[in-house]
Design a protein around this ligand. Structure first.
Ligand SMILES: Nc1ncnc2c1ncn2[C@@H]1O[C@H](COP(=O)(O)OP(=O)(O)OP(=O)(O)O)[C@@H](O)[C@H]1O
Ligand SMILES: [Mg+2]
Length: 234
């Protein structure tokens, strides 16, 4: 579905990505792990065209994305949930959700919204409330729900667990696993929380200083004590 081939990117003299290759297949979660500054966010930003690569390619369903503008990516099936859970604070929960489909298909139907509310009932309870009163976990559900409204084939998630209580992380990750299974979504999950991410991922990729240093099946990575201690801190 999504393939990243020898992707490199720099910020001035800082080489943030150095020849990174990975793929995300339908119905699978690829966890991208690594320390602060490893290049995880830059990888997602480069995939979605927010950072221009100095080398390499990104393909979505065989199509080279270097010639596609960022605004057209939702229509091609790529959704990116950036770090930081940005919601439009002065809009209601439902207005925030409706924005998710802009650029992808235009109009959001009641059935589209119902699907998201079934997945995240807390959003249904608060649909007419302003987004800025939501808790961290609720905001995370809102930004994921908003991304899902564009019916993506590939979902890029940047640190969805940041600052959330373990119970909420488990809930959101459980829902994510279900979605991937039921809808054949391909997910690239960037996480500091390696233990939780690997518990739902099929594959694990560890970045260090912009390079891929480990690439394993998630279960094999968890089972390897030396790798786990060296790179993942658990
Ligand atoms: N806009 C920018 N301008 C200059 N340097 C940047 C910029 N964004 C990131 N960098 C640098 O690029 C490198 C990779 O940063 P990136 O944000 O991709 O890391 P990360 O793995 O997402 O880290 P974290 O876990 O802290 O979110 C770091 O050295 C960082 O300082
Ligand atoms: Mg980051």
């Amino acid at each position: 579905m999504l393939t990243v081939e020898r992707l490199s990117a720099s910020y001035g003299p800082v080489r943030a990505l150095d020849s990174v290759s990975l793929s995300a297949a339908e119905g699978e979660i690829t966890a991208v792990l690594g320390a602060n500054g490893a290049g995880k966010t830059t990888l997602l930003r480069t995939i979605s065209g927010l950072v221009r690569p100095s080398d390499g390619h990104v393909r979505l369903g065989g199509r080279d994305l270097s010639r596609v503008s960022t605004e057209d990516l939702p229509a091609l099936g790529l959704a990116h949930v950036p770090e930081g859970r940005g919601v439009l604070a002065e809009l209601t929960v439902e207005e925030n959700l409706r924005l998710g489909a802009l650029g992808a298909r235009g109009r959001v139907t009641t059935a589209d919204l119902r699907r998201i509310y079934d997945l995240f009932p807390v959003l249904a309870d608060r649909k007419n409330g302003l987004a800025h009163v939501l808790s961290g976990g609720e905001r995370q559900m809102l930004v994921i729900g908003r991304a899902l409204l564009s019916r993506p084939k590939v979902l890029l998630l940047d640190e969805p667990s940041l600052g959330l209580a373990p119970r909420i992380v488990a809930r959101i990750f459980g829902l994510l696993r279900g979605l991937v299974h039921d809808e054949g979504l391909a997910v690239v999950l960037v996480e500091q929380n390696a233990r939780s991410a690997l518990s739902i991922a099929d594959h694990g990729v560890v970045l260090n200083l912009g390079r891929v240093v480990v690439r394993r099946d998630a279960a094999a990575l968890v089972a390897d004590d030396a790798l786990r201690h060296a790179y993942l801190g658990f």
